[in-house]
Each structure stands twice: as C-alpha cells, then as structure tokens.
Design a protein around this ligand. Structure first.
Ligand code: SAM
Length: 270
C-alpha cells in the first residue's frame, strides 16, 4: 500500500541498493501476491540487472523468485515501458524507500512532522528510567524520552535509520541514547530489563506474539507504550486488539485531522 511518502520522480529503483535484507525479502515476496506489481517489478529488474544482482546477493532466500521475474520480462519493451514499470515499483514501495532516505522521512511522513513530545511524555513518568524503543525509525520517540530518561536503547532493523540516529547523537552530543539492531519479534535482551518499552507503527502484524515479547523484557510494574504519530485518518474508536490485551488509551485530535489513540499498559508479573 502506498502512502505517497515520496515524490516518485525523485527516486529510482537504485534506492533498493540501500535496503536491508528484510526489506528486499518483503518487496520480492509481495510479487507473489500482487500480479500487477509482479509484472512491473519483472520489467524494472530486467532493465536494471545490477539491482536484480543486489537483491539476490543480499537476500539469497529470494534468488529463485528474482530469477523468475527477470526471465519473464518482455524482451521487446521500449524505453517508456521500462520507465513506467520502474515508476510503478517506486511508487508501490514508497513506505520502504522512505526508510533509505531519513532526512526526507522526517519531512514527508505525516506521523513524524507536527508531532509534539508531550504526547509521549504525558503517558508515564520517564524520569531516570531505562527505556527501550522498538522500531525507532528516525528516533521520534527515543530522543523525546531521552530528555528525561536515564538511558534509551533505540532499536531499529534498518541500517540507514540506525546510521541517521547515530549521526544525530554525534552532532548533538547526546550521551544517553544507544542505537542497536533488533526486531519486535526477537528482542535481544534478558527478561525484566527495562522500566519502559515503547513503540509506534510497529505492533500489529501479530499482536499476541509482539506484545508478549515486549512484556517479557519489561520489569514487573513497568510500562509498555504505543505512541503513534499524527495523521489525517478518521478512527471511530481505539484499537480493540490493544484494549483486549489490557491497554488503556489517551486520545487527541491531530492537527492533521486524524483521531490519534495512544496506548499504555502496566505490566504486572507474579
Ligand atoms: C512507520 S516506521 C515508525 C518509526 C517510529 N517508531 C516512529 O513512529 O516515528 C516503522 C519502523 O519500524 C521498523 N520495523 C519494521 N519492521 C520491524 C520489526 N519487525 N520490528 C521492529 N521494528 C520494525 C522500520 O524499520 C521503521 O523504522
């Protein structure tokens, strides 16, 4: 699904060369379930063999599929058809391509711009706490929490975004944010490590497993937060999946027009 996070005329398939293995795998696998995407990806990859080569080397698990796509591309396509196919793929993968361009991510993604730190800081007391942010992105939540917390681990599976946060830390002499790799499915920390475990726009593919993993690394009586950013989406009610799992919520109307629900749960362990 495209969110128009990029101006497709400013990007090419070469953005794939900046992607991590998990993103390449996700994009190539999308071609198995979306025929129009497969058709365009096929011609786009055949037109740029070095991108096809990168995808196969970076994510060997999709090598066979990339070969199939390249081999099924029409050989007589003209320059316009090739350009159109590339633009289709770029537009369709905008939510991935934007991760390769963090400075535009901050400007173009509605969940980041206009957001106010108070929306996070009013959820719990961050003073002197040990915090984990899962899927930090450009560090919207991590850097806000770091103003009060003892230390924040900003966990992010995308290399370009990790490097963006590291550059910011160096430039702004931030001493209490540590950038690490990791996913919500497998959080690389011991049980009961953090006072606060937070995320935004990450939980939702598998609520049960993701929240269980977040709870595992949260100390008894610590908190799990989900603090989405701003958008223009009308929502009639909070996410029932979150309420069913014991989260309470705070609500505000976004300046962009959306209904924004933020979630909080205290983790009680026996
Ligand atoms: C929509 S962005 C949100 C970034 C940030 N949390 C925010 O709200 O500003 C989603 C982020 O989650 C990361 N991500 C994707 N899959 C993930 C996973 N399985 N576990 C943790 N993070 C993931 C992406 O690399 C991206 O940085």
């Amino acid at each position: 699904m495209s969110f128009n996070f990029i101006d497709k005329t400013q990007y090419t398939l070469d953005s794939f060369l900046l992607m991590d293995r998990w993103l390449i795998r996700m994009i190539i696998n999308t071609s198995n379930v979306w025929p129009e995407f497969a058709e365009n990806l096929s011609l786009a990859l055949a037109s740029k063999p070095y991108v096809a080569w990168y995808c196969m080397k970076k994510a060997p698990e999709v090598q066979e599929r990339v070969e199939q796509l390249v081999n099924s591309a029409p050989i007589n396509a003209d320059a316009k058809q090739r350009k159109d196919a590339e633009e289709f793929v770029v537009q369709a993968t905008d939510t991935s391509i934007i991760y390769t361009d963090p400075s535009n991510m901050i400007k173009n993604c509605n969940y980041i711009y206009n957001w106010k730190e108070e929306y996070l800081l009013e959820l719990v007391d961050f003073n002197n706490k040990l915090v984990l942010d899962i899927g930090s992105g450009t560090g919207r939540l991590a850097f806000a929490a770091a103003k009060l917390a003892r230390k924040v681990y900003a966990s992010e599976p995308t290399d370009m975004l990790r490097e963006y946060m590291r550059d910011k830390i160096n430039k702004e002499h931030i001493s209490n944010v540590v950038v690490v790799d990791g996913t919500v499915e497998h959080i690389p920390y011991e049980d009961n490590t953090f006072d606060i475990v937070m995320s935004a726009h990450v939980v939702g593919d598998n609520y049960e497993a993701e929240i269980a993993e977040m709870q595992r690394v949260t100390k008894p009586n610590g908190y799990i937060l989900d603090c989405m950013g701003e958008d223009d989406r009308i929502r009639e009610k909070p996410d029932e999946e979150m309420l069913n799992r014991g989260f309470e919520y705070l609500y505000h109307k976004s300046t962009l027009g959306g209904d924004i629900y933020r979630y909080r749960k205290q983790v009680i362990k026996n």
